[in-house]
Design a protein around this ligand. Sequence first.
Ligand code: BV8
Ligand code: ZN
Length: 244
Amino acid sequence: MFSKKLIQLMQPETRVCVLTGAGVSAESGVPTFRGAHGLWQKFRPEELANVDAFLNNPELVLAWYQYRRELIDNIEPNPGHYSLAKMEQYFADFTLVTQNVDGLHRRAGSQKVYELHGNILHNKCFQCGKAIQRVDFVEGEELPRCECGGLIRPDVVWFGEMLPEKTLTTAASKAVEADLFLSIGTSAIVYPAAGLPLTAQRNGAYLVEINPEQTDLSRTANEVLSGQSGEILPKLLEATGIAL
Ligand code: BV8
Ligand code: ZN
């Protein structure tokens, strides 16, 4: 299942950088964005995860985030998340970058997680930017507001918004330095996150993709492991002699 090259690279001194997307949380029961899934099939993330949608229809956008928060409250990380937490301990230089906003990597034990698109469990004031802890939005009730009067929004990066500067630059430099880059559970179409695997490969990293489907990355990756990350990652650890 795994090439000799990949097994060779699975040594503690290899510099590893990982990019995860919604696919890593799929086996925990979190619907992916662009796959076919329930309630929100009628919307594309680009239609809801942006400032205009929020300003035009804050109730709809806040209801979408409330639905996702409540979903996340009732699920657990899966073996894919736990495997990545194990890898962080095994490799001397391991960087986990995620596009996910569900906080599941941290719940699985990953200590250092670079959240490129923020975290749905954190909020901020749309007006003054003040960080605000969890706020539950109840449809039909008053929109949650900051003491300055501004609307409270999830502290995630919407389309058209800049990614957190420091997080992105660290992720980019780790991609450049990586010997091994794993792109896991992402359709690799949202930039600048989707640029990281390519940057890594251009700078000499061995690029491995883990995804049950083909993506834009599949034809350039050095190795494609077709399947579910919750199944493949524990097998990769086993093949390396790392007990999950
Ligand atoms: C910015 C947070 C600029 C909110 C999200 C045209 C060309 C290039 C770029 C653009 C363009 N037009 C616009 C842009 C820029 C835009 C962009 O890239 N758009 C795309 C759609 C073309 N990017 C932006 O706007 C970014 N900002 O560029 O700012 C700027 C410059 C100057 C000044 C100001 C601004 C901001 C992007 C961040 C948007 N926020 N989310 C929230 O989550 O609510 S993006 C959203 O998509 C999520 O974060 C998600 O993580 C991300 C990527 O999706 P994936 O994670 O890949 O999920 P997806 O469902 O797509 O795929 C899941 C995969 O898993 C599938 O392949 C599936 O096969 C696989 N899978 C399923 N099950 C499993 C599995 N894999 C493994 N195991 C399984 N079991
Ligand atoms: Zn405020």
